[in-house]
Design a protein around this ligand. Structure first.
Ligand code: ATP
Ligand code: AMO
Length: 439
């Protein structure tokens, strides 16, 4: 056995003299002459391997002193309680096995003492992941996705997957990545939108998907990726208010799960997470543009989309008024929402749509959908799209499509706002942006 425990799984009070084996990377070697400390690091934390010259085999002592940082080792020995050491114990080795030696110098410092540019870190992501901050972010991201799956599955949603190679656009505005699919033109999908709606006609009733979306965004910003992870739901026989409630309750649950299950990762990042209070404030689009106009930095007219600046103005306003970072903007003009958003019957220039916002940016969009085929066909044509290209989608509406609603939540934006991370690339293992295609 190269490993019997993670470094954090050892209870010094319980283990006593039992032999254990830890495996990981040489984080640091401190050679003080008479005593040598080797700090071993694994995914979960660190352990101190202590070698006292007078008490230990001379050859083992000299071997440990010469270990090169970031080499991979397995250490077998016994546990001794030690308050000054990480996790309250030290490992007195019988045997240290060098599994693979690292070159030096390292492309990046792993101790967190020297900061590196994001680009340098992304170029050497394998080594950046060994830093405690980066490690903490991805353990939290795991917890977020795990909690999302739990929440939705417990609320009756079935997990589904939709194709990423498709023939049509769904989200209008943002551009597509064309690809060659044998001898035909195809695209990387921008959203599971059309497929999750078709599943409603199939009677799947409540579905969710966590998967990649591709957008040929021109802008190189701190909150746009060209490949992102979308958390999507669609549900039948419910309206936009029902799915907003699912969204806010899920957000609250996920925050609680992160606090409960990865407190050590939050501590590494120095974050005291505050759980958002539900229900979230609901501003209408009209109220939102009134706030912007009353602040005077920008003049918005009805029908304008919200700029980044106006999102900030509204987010700050809401935060000052309520102390909360999350809120909804509802009842958007039909003409600035995608064709599938359902207009209100009595005032069709408004749609049953919403965005879920964070103080700093949009996290999610959703709506009740149009389920009436004629109306949908007209809306597609109104937006300058060719209904024929949507035949595969429209057919699902002609043979018994229930009323339905749903939303898409950007996983990376959700995690970055939770952790107060400045750049979205920090929460993606291998981000894709305009300049970055590898690793
Ligand atoms: P020697 O005099 O035998 O050559 P030294 O002076 O090199 O030994 P120590 O005085 O034993 O080493 O310890 C050096 C440093 O390590 C001290 O600052 C001490 O607090 C710290 N230290 C000693 N033992 C431990 C331990 N088990 N865990 C963590 N730190 C320790
Ligand atoms: P929308 O286009 O608003 O809606 O996307 C939903 C959410 O996905 C995230 N997102 C992105 N994150 C990072 N980089 C990008 N380039 C990017 N593009 C989108 C955002 C955004 O709020 N079909 C609808 C959803 C629905 O109505 O169900 C849709 O795709 O967090």
């Amino acid at each position: 056995n190269l490993r019997t425990h993670y470094t954090t799984q050892i209870d010094p009070g319980k283990i006593g003299d039992d032999k254990v084996a830890l495996a990981g990377w040489v984080h640091e070697v401190r050679d003080l002459g008479g005593i040598c400390f080797v700090v071993l690091r694994d995914r979960q934390g660190r352990a101190q391997v202590t070698l006292v010259k007078k008490k230990i085999d001379r050859e083992l002592f000299n071997f440990a002193r010469k270990l090169i940082r970031e080499s991979v080792i397995s250490v077998r020995g016994s546990i001794k309680p030690e308050e000054k050491a990480p996790n309250g114990y030290e490992l007195i080795p019988d045997e240290i096995e060098l599994l693979n030696e690292a070159d030096s110098p390292l492309p990046l410092d792993t101790t967190g003492k020297v900061d590196a540019e994001l680009d340098t870190r992304l170029d050497s992501r394998f080594i950046d992941l060994r830093r405690s901050r980066t490690n903490a972010i991805f353990r939290i991201r795991h917890e977020v996705l795990h909690a999302v799956r739990n929440y939705l599955a417990n609320d009756g949603f079935l997990e589904t997957s939709s194709p990423k190679v498709v023939a049509t656009a769904t989200e209008g505005g943002t551009a597509l990545f064309p690809i060659t699919y044998f001898d035909r033109e195809a695209f990387l999908n921008q959203s599971p939108q059309l497929f999750k709606q078709i599943l409603m006609s199939g009677g799947m009733d409540r579905v969710f998907e966590i998967g990649p979306i591709f957008r040929a965004e021109e802008h190189d910003t701190r909150r746009h990726l060209n490949e992102a992870t979308s958390i999507d739901i669609e549900a039948s026989f419910v309206d936009h208010f029902d799915v907003m409630e699912i969204l806010e309750n899920m957000v609250e649950y996920v925050y609680n799960q992160v606090i409960e299950n990865v407190p050590d990762a939050l501590e590494v990042l120095g974050i005291e997470l505050k759980v958002p209070k539900t229900p979230f404030l609901k501003l209408t689009y009209q109220e939102a543009i009134d706030i912007v106009n009353s602040h005077g930095e920008e003049e918005l007219k009805w029908g304008d989309d919200l700029s980044t600046l106006s999102e900030h103005t509204i987010g700050e306003h809401v935060f000052q008024e309520t102390g909360e970072e999350h809120y909804f903007i509802i009842d958007w003009p039909t003409e600035i929402k995608p064709f599938y958003a359902m207009p209100y019957e009595e005032k069709p220039e408004f749609s049953k749509s919403f965005d879920m916002m964070h103080r700093t940016m949009e996290l999610s969009s959703g709506a009740q959908r149009i389920h009436v085929p004629e109306m949908l066909k007209n809306r597609i044509a109104d937006q300058g799209l060719d209904p024929e290209g949507f035949d595969f989608y429209l057919r699902a509406f002609s043979y018994g499509m229930p009323p339905h609603s749903g939303w898409g939540l950007g996983c990376e934006r959700f995690v970055m706002t939770m952790l107060g991370v400045e750049n979205i690339r920090d929460v993606v293992l291998f981000p894709r942006d305009r300049r970055r295609l590898s690793p």
